[in-house]
Design a protein around this ligand. Structure first.
Ligand code: PGA
Length: 259
């Protein structure tokens, strides 16, 4: 059994009080982008876990602008994505592969062989997720994981919905009805809205050396308060971040309104 899983099973993990930074939505984007750039400048071979969704869109705009000014290169950087819908064509405009290509990968110099995202069309999702997990293990570990949090009280991180355990690994999951509802806006044809996804597990996320959780908007206020002040449990997977000694919640004013 891997070290983190053993510690979780034996409940020997300590609880930490996360650092909380509150600012404007624009301030959050610039802060997150600068964290990435500083890391890559100090360690061009850094390994990142990166999110999709509306929250990090402007962070990617900052990163692309900084890259285009010639101030950073991602040539040696490895990127693991947090999650992806399943099943869906990777070429579908709402796939997370499409999102990553248009917001980041195709606009900077990340090498295609250094970018890993679960295959949304994998015929064998179990094999796909096991291989993804093995790639993460072989990468030497994630230096910085950037995450969002799910809508309402889902408190999901990646697509680790309520019920996910702290020792969960990359796997196929069923999406929460609240998540499916929130994702409706990205699909012109309602029949295409995925009900399942492939996601890094909570344990994969907790193994990162540093974690930034980006949170924006009043719709996240109750969830973030639950994650920070409620019981640490599968009922709110983002609460598991309190097992991590180096996590920062980067929260805008609206999302911080219940803290
Ligand atoms: P959002 O999604 O950034 O679009 O709100 C975040 C998430 O569901 O993790």
């Amino acid at each position: 059994m891997r070290q983190l899983e053993r510690e979780i099973a034996e409940s020997t993990l300590d609880l930490y009080v996360p650092e909380i930074l509150v600012g404007s939505s624009e301030g959050i984007d610039a802060y997150a982008a600068n964290q990435v750039v500083e890391l890559i400048k100090g360690n061009p071979n850094a390994v990142l876990t990166l999110p999709t969704g509306s929250t990090p869109e402007s962070m990617y705009e900052h990163l692309v602008a900084i890259y285009k000014k010639g101030d950073v290169s991602f040539h040696q950087t490895t990127v693991f994505n947090l999650d992806e819908y399943w099943p869906l064509s990777p070429a579908h405009p709402a796939s997370y592969a499409s999102y990553m290509r248009s917001h980041f990968i195709d606009q900077v110099d990340v090498s295609p062989e250094n970018w890993y995202i679960p295959n949304s069309a994998a015929a064998d999702p179990e094999r796909e997720t096991k291989e993804f997990d093995a790639l993460m293990q072989r990468s030497g570990g994630v230096d910085l994981a950037i995450l969002g949090i799910g809508p309402g009280l889902t408190c999901h991180i990646g697509f680790n919905e309520r019920g996910s355990t702290a020792d969960s690994r990359t796997r196929l999951v069923e999406l929460d009805s609240e998540t499916i509802e929130a994702n409706r806006r990205f699909f012109s044809n309602p029949a295409e809205i995925p009900t399942h996804a492939l996601t890094q597990g909570v344990a994969n996320i907790l193994e990162a050396r540093k974690i930034l959780l980006l949170v924006k908007g009043g719709g996240k206020a109750a969830g973030i308060a639950r994650a920070l002040t409620g019981e640490v449990s599968s009922d709110a997977p983002a609460s598991f971040l309190r097992f991590h000694p180096n996590v920062t919640f980067v929260v805008d004013y609206e999302a911080a309104s219940k803290l």
